[in-house]
Design a protein around this ligand. Sequence first.
Ligand code: ZN
Length: 149
Amino acid sequence: MAQQHLVVCSKCGGVNRLPPSRNAMEAKCGKCGNRLFSGHPEDVDAAIFDHQIARSSLPVVVDVWAPWCGPCKMMGPAYEAAASELEPHVRLIKLNSDNEQAVAARLGIRGIPTMILFRGGREIARTSGAMTAGQIVRWVRDRLPTVAA
Ligand code: ZN
């Protein structure tokens, strides 16, 4: 597997090529200079969301949430903890459905929190309702058996 990974920066949307030998957790974005994996899932706008889904060679999980949603807030720290376990094998991002209503509508979001897993630009699974960090990690890994644990 000498294939390069395409890692999309969650801060600027820049697409970075990383050789598999490179420690992705240390790598910085060639465009904006920020770490590609900060351990803190970024809230992305529509443009960066589309880039993550379309360009990333990593599976992408998005947590669709809103500031007024109690269960979403409860799940926030769990989602961060899950990111520290799953990244850099999986990219975790957040989407504020109040700020990005067009994207939420396009995704057909009916209730929040909703988590959607994408791979190769396509949705492969979604689930609604707050989860613990352990449940999030298990939900993702069960659907990505080929991704390193
Ligand atoms: Zn960047």
